[in-house]
Design a protein around this ligand. Structure first.
Ligand SMILES: *Cc1c(COP(=O)(O)O)cnc(C)c1O
Length: 404
């Protein structure tokens, strides 16, 4: 039988479309320890593209904890947590997360992405309503879809829109879940959490807040935006990752004992996947101890944030053409006209030894440079970035395309 068509040919066609739109992505290897300076594709660069906000991913204490755990428990956890994959370390980590977050309990997933899928799809279903910020992380959107609930996206951080949907839609559904990032990962601004919680109370809605970029960064103890805003004792579902400021890998949900017990019994992305590896578990546990014991790391991070923001503001005033998106966090974004320009600027910065993420659609609605800061950046690193951004070549690339 002769075949007339190749069922995989569409892949080449689709890839060609992705290339034409300048949306094609590829990976670059970093061959050194994580830190403010790394070797990227063979070149030493100052790193403004990492989520390792406290500089813990390369900390020798995390490595030591991971090595000790591998020596004691081996490389893999060999099964799901309910079967052979549970170690004393997992429970220690969960208790330490609950202690940091001041919640009754916590449960550790194999990634933050899986934690969001599991938590959302477990607490709501087809009879229920999800109200979601339009800029929520991919994992929150995927969890909402997976749940089968009716999903309505509200305009970014728009309380009037949220109030409107609660008023008009809440009564048509059994349960309601409001879902939001606490710090928006591709913008760097914070959600209006207190107001969201007040609305939720009024309309008998649950709230799930994703603290991925806030844990270790906000709050006196480093617990996150929830702690920073004095909301630790309010009832809500807190999700987060062990892979950003905590420098390891894995995700978690923190909340009431009933919520966590329910997730242990019902969350498919926890039940049907292998337990977090001993090395990742031990490294995250050590990281939480360090976050709580060394608030000076957080202070240095915030000093860097304020310093860079001040320097950039002066640049903006000098008419370099850069416009920054509103930010309250270590994530600072500069608007760029389009995908081609943002890639060119990213490359030009790279040639000057500056590693900044060029982010473009479909990850975000509009192209931007995404700068992330670490506690371990030195002032000279930040000055280097400011100089690079005010360079003639960059300004001309940027100004040629930016709308006035
Ligand atoms: C990174 C991130 C996640 C996913 O966490 P991983 O542990 O990397 O899977 C979830 N939510 C937000 C907002 C994130 O930025």
């Amino acid at each position: 039988m002769g075949r007339t068509s190749n069922p995989y040919r569409w892949l080449e066609t689709s890839l060609a479309t992705i290339h034409r739109a300048h949306w094609h992505r590829s990976v670059s290897p970093i061959s050194t320890l994580p830190g403010p300076v790394v070797t990227l594709a063979g070149q030493a660069v100052i790193n403004f593209a990492s989520n390792d906000y406290l500089g813990l991913a390369g900390d020798p204490r995390l490595a030591e904890a991971a090595i000790a755990a591998v020596q004691t428990y081996g490389a893999g956890s060999t099964g799901s947590r309910l079967l052979s994959g549970h170690r004393p370390l997992h429970r220690e980590l969960e208790q330490s997360i609950a202690n940091l977050k001041q919640t009754e309990d916590a449960i550790v997933f194999s990634s933050g992405y899986l934690a969001n899928l599991g938590a959302i799809a477990t607490v709501v279903g087809p009879k229920d309503l999800i109200l979601a910020d339009q800029y929520n992380h991919s994992s929150l959107k995927a969890g909402a879809k997976l749940s089968g609930a009716t999903v309505i996206d509200y305009r970014h951080s728009d309380l009037t829109a949220l109030h409107y949907y609660l008023t008009t839609q809440r009564s048509h559904h059994r349960r309601c879940l409001i879902v939001t990032d606490s710090v928006f990962s591709m913008d760097g601004d914070c959600c209006p959490l207190v107001e969201i919680l007040d609305l939720a109370d009024h309309f008998e809605a649950m709230v799930l807040v994703d603290e991925a970029h806030a844990t270790g960064v906000f709050g006196p103890q480093g617990a996150g935006l929830v702690e920073h805003l004095g909301c630790s004792q309010r009832s809500l579902i807190q999700v987060g990752t062990l892979s950003k400021a905590l420098g390891s890998l894995g995700g978690y949900v923190a909340g009431s004992a009933a919520l966590i017990d329910f997730l242990r019994n019902r969350a498919a992305s926890w039940i049907y996947t292998t337990g977090l590896s001993p090395a990742d578990t031990a490294a995250a546990l050590r990281a939480i101890q360090i976050v709580m014991a060394e608030p000076e790391r957080r202070q240095r991070l915030w000093q860097n944030i304020h310093y860079l923001r001040h320097q950039l503001q002066q640049q903006l005033q000098r008419g370099s053409g850069w416009r920054s998106l509103p930010s309250d966090s270590p994530i600072l974004c500069l608007e760029v006209a389009d995908a081609t320009t943002v890639m060119a600027i990213g490359q030009a910065l790279r040639q000057q030894g500056l590693f900044v993420s060029a982010v473009r659609p479909p990850t975000v609605p509009t192209s931007r440079l995404r700068i992330t800061l670490m506690a371990t950046h030195k002032q000279q690193h930040l000055d280097h970035l400011v100089t690079g951004l005010s360079g003639g070549l960059l300004s001309s690339l940027h100004l040629a395309t930016s709308p006035e």
